[in-house]
Design a protein. Structure first.
Length: 378
């Protein structure tokens, strides 16, 4: 991306070649080497386990990250959560997109089918008959077709159908129409991804996957494709041999909560991932004894999954307001303008608070990547 006419501070937090100390804060930092390693680890995992990879782009909202996952990370497409996200990625050149959500508003349906007109393979989830008919009719008007995944409620108690009788009605309806294609089932249980105890998480994964196995067996005559899986349980879910495709998202960046999950020590730890995403902050005050105040608060870092972590022993982020973060610094080690790396508790909403990723390598800015779909939630 040509940043020649961009002004540091007003448009961007840094320019290529900028040293760490001169980056404007608060901003998102991606450690390029760790990011690259995470991408390659997941690529090796899918190759070793014979599953397809469709990373969830709602996490990073970046065309650059999606391109990297496809070009170097073994992904054959991406997931989005909203039509507007899909529009951004399609216009950015991504050709295989699954919206893992119900698209029910007629205007949104029309926007979805318009994406398909532009040589993009686009799909979405459904859980009711009227929605299927409306998608088909819109696709017919545009002389295109949409891939349909019936969402199976496998434990999240959110969207999706549980009754096999209802599911069969939906399959038969899809197969009776000319402009929608039944692909298979969306089967994602987000409620188990953040269970901290390994044995409990393993048990819940087994319960979830047994439901999906019953589903797959019941509808085997339709050869359904099963997609789902999240970063918190990806290894356990894949080991159940029920998924054809995984939708992991956070693995590329990670966050403090995912990094806190306990894993079985016997499992090869090379399967797991390191934090490559940080919010870089600067110390703006040391007036309070044993404390430092940084410029990253609620408007720069999401705290729905807990306060951010630091990489320094005994240094803790203990409180935040809109534009301030309070750091416990028992040895008064910070000086004004010192930089502090913060690991967000939840990467997805943190990324959506920023316009740019500052890609850092060897202490300097390697590149800047736009958060392309920031704010695209409609």
């Amino acid at each position: 991306m040509n940043l020649e006419n961009y002004e540091v501070g007003y448009n961007i937090p840094a320019k290529i070649g900028t040293k760490l100390k001169d980056i404007q804060t608060p901003c998102l930092i991606v450690d390029y080497d760790i990011f690259e390693n995470n991408i390659h680890k997941m690529k090796n995992f899918i190759l070793n386990n014979n599953v397809k990879l469709r990373p969830h782009a709602k996490m990073h909202k970046s065309i650059n990250v999606a391109e990297y996952q496809i070009n170097f990370g073994g992904a054959h497409g991406i997931c989005c959560q909203k039509v507007s996200e899909a529009e951004v990625f399609a216009r950015g050149g991504i050709k295989n997109i699954l919206v893992t959500n119900q698209i029910t508003d007629q205007l949104k349906i029309n926007r979805l089918t318009s994406i398909s007109q532009n040589n993009v393979n686009i799909g979405c989830c459904v859980d009711n008959e009227d929605n299927i008919v409306n998608i088909n009719n819109s696709a017919e008007e545009k002389n295109t077709s949409i891939d349909i995944y019936i969402e199976f409620d496998c434990g999240a108690n959110r969207c999706g159908v549980q009754s096999f009788e209802e599911i069969e009605k939906l399959i038969l309806l899809i197969n009776s129409l000319d402009f929608v294609n039944f692909i298979g089932f969306q089967a994602y249980n987000g409620s188990i991804q953040h269970i901290e105890d390994f044995e409990i998480r393993k048990r819940e994964v087994h319960i979830t996957c047994n439901k999906i196995k019953e589903l797959k067996k019941h509808f085997e005559q339709f050869s359904p494709f099963i997609t789902g899986v999240g970063t918190g349980c990806f290894d356990l879910e894949v080991s159940e041999n029920v998924y054809d495709e995984i939708q992991v998202g956070s693995y590329a960046f990670m966050d403090a909560h995912y990094s806190s999950l306990k894993h079985n020590e016997k499992i090869n730890n090379t399967n797991y991932f390191e934090n490559s995403l940080f919010v870089l902050s600067s110390v703006m005050s040391v007036a309070l004894d044993k404390h430092a105040i940084v410029d990253a608060g609620l408007k720069s870092i999401a705290v729905d999954s807990g306060l951010p972590k630091t990489l320094m022993k005994d240094i803790k982020y203990i409180k935040c307001s809109d534009e301030h973060g309070i750091i416990y610094d028992p040895k008064n080690s910070f000086k004004i303008n010192d930089k502090l790396f913060l690991v967000p508790g939840h990467c997805d909403p943190t990324c959506n608070l920023h316009n740019w990723y500052v890609i850092l390598k060897d202490g300097k800015v390697k590149d800047l990547w736009p958060v392309s779909a920031r704010g695209y939630s409609y």
